[in-house]
Write a protein that binds this ligand. Structure first.
Ligand code: CA
Length: 235
């Protein structure tokens, strides 16, 4: 039992709570449940789950407050599962510290896939991701943080400093959607009216150099209107 990943599900809608619990248990996870934010925090501190599935509309306090409370001390991955589908809701949850966002109604396969991606990348970053001299590998792409070089099938890809910084930043947060404003703040330190355009131009150049076709989601997925996410292509 102890080798199972523990997933904490914080959700007040009983049907969804039951459904998600059954889904995770059927797929080899241990599911813990809470139907209020307060109980969720209590369950979190007593069980230290590997990942949290979080509804935003909770009866006692908002899911955004829940994310803030966790992020004060912990990096435990959080996937928001919410009926709020507006871009501003997604951006707020992601900028507060959620790793990913799934909109209700959702597909079981999609939710499971996102959970697997995040668990894999959090394990990855613990092992090697951010150490100096470390390398990040996804499919045929290798990022060497120390020499600041990127290879595709062992051939070096020539990137500008900014392009490298963007790709390195996304890889350090592999599996997490980084919003446009979070990337802009990290790369340029400030934002102005042209920032998003500047980011999009850099991203288009990165995609071209990685030989990605328009619309192809390999390595980097574009969450339209929200931000970008590095994907792990290792399996
Ligand atoms: Ca709710």
């Amino acid at each position: 039992m102890s080798n199972k990943y523990k997933i904490l599900i914080v959700e007040d809608e009983e049907n969804i709570l039951k459904f998600v619990t059954a889904l995770f248990e059927a797929n080899g996870y241990q599911a813990l449940t809470a139907n209020t934010a307060e109980l969720g925090l209590l369950m979190f501190t007593s069980h230290m789950p590997d990942l949290i599935i979080l509804d935003l509309g909770l009866p006692d306090f908002d899911g955004i407050q829940f994310i803030k409370a966790i992020r004060k001390d912990f990096l435990t991955p959080i996937i928001v599962l919410s009926a709020r589908s507006g871009e501003s809701d997604k951006v707020e949850a992601l900028d507060t510290g959620a790793n990913d966002y799934v909109t209700k109604p959702f597909g079981s396969a999609e939710l499971l896939a996102r959970v697997r991606t995040i668990l894999r990348s959090s394990r990855h970053s613990c092992e090697e991701g951010k150490f100096p001299g470390g390398k990040f590998t996804s499919g045929c792409m290798v990022i060497d943080y120390d020499s600041r070089r990127i290879y595709l099938d062992d051939a070096e890809i020539k990137l500008t400093q900014t392009e490298f910084n963007i790709l390195a930043l996304l890889s350090e947060h592999c599996g997490k959607v980084l919003t446009y404003s979070a990337i802009i703040k990290e790369i340029w330190g400030y934002s102005d009216s042209g920032s998003i355009k500047k980011l999009q131009v850099n991203m288009a150049n990165i995609r071209r150099k990685l030989m990605l076709k328009p619309g192809e989601n390999k390595y980097i997925s574009n969450e339209l209107g929200i931000g970008y996410k590095m994907k792990n292509e290792n399996d």
